[in-house]
Design a protein around this ligand. Structure first.
Ligand SMILES: Cc1cc2nc3c(=O)[nH]c(=O)nc-3n(C[C@H](O)[C@H](O)[C@H](O)COP(=O)(O)OP(=O)(O)OC[C@H]3O[C@@H](n4cnc5c(N)ncnc54)[C@H](O)[C@@H]3O)c2cc1C
Length: 393
């Protein structure tokens, strides 16, 4: 009988998994079908929300109709997943229920703007397309003497490099428009990209990011725990003092997607913000036909939230499913992972080895700076734009 593989969520992880699965199925002539269930009619590439917010490109360049994935051989259904009933191999959507033989879960993370008093009441962000358009409007109204404050309330957030890319870009943006502004980055950790206890992107990249912030005149305030955003006074209150802002750019605290919160076996007991996963196989610990390839399961692996790591999860999960169906293992290189970040008007390249610590049961990324190049920025741009362009028809 035809095996059905359901992919819950068609974002970065879901698309990477579904595309690879259909390729393997075709190549090996397997009797299997892939069904992607996504709540939104669009597939988004979130790094391109930078380009929208800074007015380098339009909103349509950051997304493509998700149904266009069908050209690769998968089926796409638009439905809002409410729950996973893994004991009965069923994904429960608002419209329908979906039976599966294998399931890949790639639901990203929810944005908990209400996690701190006042955080949901003011400020702009580019963590969604709507957010990026609002940020673009706020930046277009920037005036001389403005305080622009970039606030990172928690050590773990979507894309570890984000604030150190965004702050220099804010500085460049205002300078290019002839505005004298002050850019402040309020961070919850001791040094750029160095979340405790796992070391983050490591001392080499951290030092580089510190120098870059300095070069762009960004005031960096580490170790700051957010207490409240006082909307009336336009002030951020932290354990490290108070900071007045004219424009607040905020990073969302990530939380477990509601659909996983409602599902037996999908809440990580040690920290309910995440979903559990077995590190070698990307299997759900309770259900051996369920695989995790989304941001929600990166911290239990010892890894921060980033699309490059989600892609590695997707490759591993697909390898496991194909091995299970055929009896032949598929090679799955986990390491090294290459990251490319914006460095003002240039780009920087880093590489991460991913050794596994058997004792702790987590990966312990060791990241190094490769360098800062003009071509680095073009590489990043080309990769993400190419990803979306390939789904435009
Ligand atoms: C501004 C910005 C810059 C970034 N830059 C980088 C970078 O340079 N490098 C990098 O590695 N990462 C970067 N990231 C992070 C990267 O985009 C994410 O880590 C990655 O998209 C996570 O993949 P995912 O599949 O887990 O989640 P997503 O890509 O968010 O996909 C989740 C999918 O699930 C769907 N979904 C959610 N809930 C439901 C539901 N209930 N029912 C059905 N469907 C649902 C959503 O519609 C979405 O399509 C950046 C992020 C931002 C915002």
């Amino acid at each position: 009988m035809t095996k059905r593989i359901v992919v819950a969520g068609g974002g970065s992880g879901g698309y990477a998994a579904a595309k690879r699965l259909t390729e393997e199925i075709r190549k090996r002539k397997l009797d299997a079908e892939v069904l992607v269930v996504n709540k939104d009619e669009f597939h988004y590439m979130p790094p391109l929300f930078f380009d929208v917010a800074f007015n380098y490109s339009g909103p349509e360049e950051s997304r493509a109709p998700i149904v266009n994935m069908e050209k690769y051989g998968m089926k796409v259904i638009i439905d809002d997943i409410q729950q996973i009933d893994a004991a009965n191999r069923t994904v429960i959507g608002k419209q329908e229920k979906y039976q599966y033989d294998y399931l890949i879960v790639s639901l990203g993370t929810d944005q908990a703007w209400n996690a701190y008093p006042g955080l949901d009441k003011d400020g702009v962000h580019n963590y969604s397309l709507e957010g990026a358009l609002e940020m673009r409007k706020a930046l277009s109204e920037v005036k001389d003497g403005y305080n622009i404050v970039l606030l990172v309330p928690e050590p773990i957030y979507r894309c570890g490099m984000y604030p150190y890319e965004a702050a220099p870009m804010l500085s460049l943006y205002t300078k290019q428009r002839g505005k004298k502004t002050k850019i402040t980055l309020i961070d919850s950790i001791p040094a750029p990209a160095m979340p405790v206890p796992n070391g983050g992107l490591g001392p080499d990249i951290s030092r580089f990011l510190s120098e870059m912030l300095e070069e762009h005149g960004v005031e960096y305030v580490p170790n700051s725990k957010l207490k409240e955003v006082d909307v009336q006074k336009k002030t951020i209150l932290t354990n490290n003092g108070e900071f007045k802002y004219d424009i607040l750019v905020k990073v969302p605290p990530p939380r477990l997607p509601k659909a996983l919160e409602n599902s037996e076996g999908f809440v990580f007991k040690q920290d309910p913000r995440w979903s559990p996963v077995l590190p070698r196989t990307m299997r759900n610990p309770q259900y051996d036909d369920v695989y995790m390839a989304g941001e929600h399961s990166l911290p239990p692996l010892g890894v921060g939230l980033a699309g490059v790591f989600v892609e590695v999860m997707a490759i591993t999960a697909v390898g496991q499913i194909i091995a299970d169906m055929t009896g032949f293992s598929v090679s799955q290189p986990i390491s090294p992972v290459t990251c490319v970040g914006y460095a003002g008007d240039k780009g920087f390249l880093g590489t991460c080895e991913m050794p596994f610590d058997e004792e702790k049961g987590v990966y312990t990324p060791k990241c190094y700076l490769v360098g800062k190049y003009t071509i680095g920025r073009m590489l990043k741009q080309a990769f993400y734009s190419g990803w979306i362009d390939s789904l435009k028809f």
